[in-house]
Design a protein around this ligand. Structure first.
Ligand code: GCU
Length: 674
């Protein structure tokens, strides 16, 4: 059972007080609406009642001069329209879910929505697809625990090997998601173990219960499925995607899913990746595999999110020809144009694996004939595991705004195409694939372990709704909602702690884009050579003379050639490669001078000392304002910051020592290095 005393995150009752003190009305006829729409309309009624009961307003009829009228209209426009006239606000939308998003927009803006001058605005998300992927296991996995790469306790969906009896917290979660515009959730780990595979078949009634808990807030359910399911669940001799019996099996399986859950979204597939089964075993390619599943779900307008995270995880570190960074492009770019319309190829933002600094994946711009989704990681696997305060909004914003081509590749309106445009279907090519991200919540009281990590989930929703938003402004929204009476000093301190926290984390961890200097397995804390001689890849090639991976066309793995101009040339030369990615693209001597004027080794020393100093200041800033937040938040953040400081010192000492021992170059500032 849940302890229902969980933290309200960005929807405390006080966040509703302005709206709740007004006269609110809903104009929508639930009669005859499909059940999913009727469920959301009922939620809207409940929300209006809840806000007004708590804050002295009233729910009135649409003709009783409401201050805020929510009206369902017939229109084909996505999103919602907000008209403010003569002191009255009318929000209209074509679907109940969009109307709910419009309601939460008014909640978020509060007085600025209700009491501002007349306006007529349309608000639509950049892409219709904004999804969260939960890497939750039904059973506790012996190595990975219940939530793979989860840092906030157990799953909100499962407990003790089954779907929870009490799913009220799942509905509370859906409410938080609706308030930031997220409307799709995949509810199980992409690594589909035997127990989880059965969600597709025997456990369908249980999945239907989860879908029912998410539905009232307009959130649709997706499942991760195993490509080998026809064999492992269906007892067929093969899972070959071109085998008619296999195709029939999937068709029948999909039919049953949609019978149980008519508004089901679709399947997520990790195939031929890190040990998961896939089409390669049958001599087929990924288009064959994805299209077979796409045909099975097409009658139900279902989607296949097919992940491009495919690489060889059984490499020989002596083999210099294998480059993990190249893998996704090598596998997928040649398949462009072959994927069915309801297949979305889901691409991690970088070519490796959610490191604190990577170049943007070249796959995102290499498949104009394919619906491509950008995959982000809200859970902080490689960014401090929710023990470190790291606000990822700025990192994602950088990816979203990145321009894969030169400025002559423009979208409507003449602005250069960005990654956000590609994912939103505004780049060269086809329809939108949208956005997906690995979720960061669990059954922890604060949802995210670190209370400040809530801001990442909030920012994921807001930035995928509108990728042009400034991450600091998004953080400000989160502070205003989460701490409704935040005095200026609390707001300033949270900004001081979080605004540049991603850069701070980068300063004290792996330098200059090199990545993966983490402890193997759990990926927390420093281990410079931890992965260097393992089958998973080789990441830095440090020796006594230099460090970094030569990925040039001239002398290296040729990875730079996967980019369009100008990046293929910018990255090819160490003189034009941005400092922060130098070691990702080049192997250089320790004395190589960066654009900053410092040598690589001195940069490493300086950044690591600075990183620790910055964390020490984060600790001090929190101590100054902790009395302004509830005690439980104050203590949890204080504990986590203490661990962050300990860990940052450990990172600093190991990284600086490693570079000193390898290079023999002393710190020009004479600081103590071991
Ligand atoms: C990372 C992560 C795995 C996960 C994988 C994925 O490698 O460490 O736990 O399964 O990403 O994205 O599939």
């Amino acid at each position: 059972m849940f302890d229902n005393d969980f933290h309200p995150a960005w929807l405390p009752d006080t966040a509703l007080r302005t709206v709740g003190s007004r006269r609110l009305a809903l104009a929508a006829d639930a009669a005859g609406a499909p059940p999913a729409d009727a469920a959301v309309l009922a939620t809207l009624e409940t929300e209006l009642g809840r806000a007004t009961t708590a804050h002295g307003g009233a729910v009135v009829g649409p003709d009783d001069s409401p201050d805020l009228l929510l009206r369902l209209t017939a229109s084909s426009a996505p999103g919602f329209r907000l008209v403010r006239h003569d002191g009255r606000v009318t929000v209209t939308a074509a679907s109940p879910t969009a109307l709910l998003h419009g309601y939460f927009h008014v909640v978020r803006l509060s007085v600025a929505a209700l009491d501002a001058p007349s306006t007529d605005e349309s608000h639509a998300p950049a892409s219709a697809l904004r999804m969260l992927d939960h890497w939750d296991n039904v059973d506790v996995h012996p190595v990975m625990g219940q939530v793979e790469r989860g840092y906030a306790g157990g799953s909100v969906f499962y407990d003790a090997g089954r779907v929870r009896t009490d799913l009220s917290r799942v509905t509370a979660y859906a409410r938080l998601l609706a308030a930031v515009g997220i409307d799709r959730v995949s509810i199980n780990n992409v690594n589909v173990h035997a127990r989880e595979a059965r969600l597709l078949t025997d456990d369908l009634p249980e999945v239907a219960r989860i879908a029912a808990a998410l539905r009232p807030y307009g959130v649709r359910t997706h499942l991760s499925v195993s490509f080998a399911a026809p064999t492992t669940l269906g007892g067929l001799p093969t899972s070959d995607p071109l085998d008619p019996a296999v195709r029939d099996w999937w068709r029948a399986a999909a039919d049953k899913v949609w019978t149980a859950i008519p508004d089901f979204g679709g399947f997520v597939v990790k195939a031929d990746s890190e040990g998961q089964p896939g089409p390669f075993a049958h001599g087929r390619d990924h288009a064959d595999g994805a299209n077979m599943l796409a045909a099975a779900v097409a009658p139900h307008e279902g989607l296949i999110h097919w992940r491009a995270f495919v690489y060889n995880h059984t490499q020989d570190w002596r083999d210099r020809s294998t480059d993990r960074a190249r893998a996704a492009h090598d596998h997928f770019a040649p398949l462009d144009g072959r994927f069915a319309d309801n297949v979305i190829v889901q691409v991690k933002h970088g070519p490796m694996d959610f490191q604190v600094r990577e170049p943007v994946s070249p796959v995102l711009s290499a498949m104009p004939g394919t619906r491509v989704a950008l995959e982000l990681q809200v859970t902080q696997e490689y960014t401090g595991q929710q023990r470190h305060a790291v606000y990822l909004g700025p990192a994602w914003s950088e990816v979203l705004r990145w321009q894969p081509w030169d400025s002559s590749t423009v979208r409507d309106g003449g602005t250069p195409v960005t990654v956000a445009d590609v994912a939103s279907g505004r780049g060269p090519g086809r329809r939108a694939g949208g956005f997906a991200a690995v979720a960061n919540v669990g059954d922890d009281r604060f949802w995210t372990g670190h209370p400040l990590a809530q801001a990442n989930l909030y920012a994921y929703g807001r930035l995928t709704w509108d990728p042009t938003l400034e991450p600091t402004a998004v953080l400000d929204e989160w502070v205003s909602l989460t701490f409704p009476d935040a005095p200026a000093e609390l707001r300033a301190a949270i900004h001081a702690i979080l605004d540049a926290s991603w850069q701070t984390y980068e300063l004290y961890t792996a330098p200059l884009g090199v990545g993966f200097m983490v402890r193997p397995g759990h990926h927390y804390g420093p281990d410079v050579d931890g992965y260097e001689y393992t089958p998973w890849g080789t990441y830095h090639f440090a020796d006594r003379d230099g460090i970094g991976v030569d990925r040039t066309r001239a002398t290296g793995t040729g990875y730079t050639g996967q980019y369009a101009a100008p990046w293929r040339d910018v990255y090819e030369s160490p003189t034009t490669c941005p400092d922060e990615l130098l070691l990702f693209f080049h192997h250089v001597p320790y004395g190589h001078v960066l654009h900053s004027g410092k040598s690589v080794v001195q940069h490493v020393y300086d950044t690591h000392f600075e990183g620790v100093e910055r964390v020490a200041r984060m600790v001090e800033r929190w101590d100054e304002v902790a009395h302004l937040v509830p005690d439980d938040v104050a203590h949890r953040v204080r504990d986590r910051l203490a661990e962050q400081l300990r860990s940052a010192v450990e990172w600093r000492d190991q990284i600086t020592t490693y570079f000193w021992r390898k290079s023999g170059v002393p710190d020009s500032n004479g600081r103590r290095i071991y």
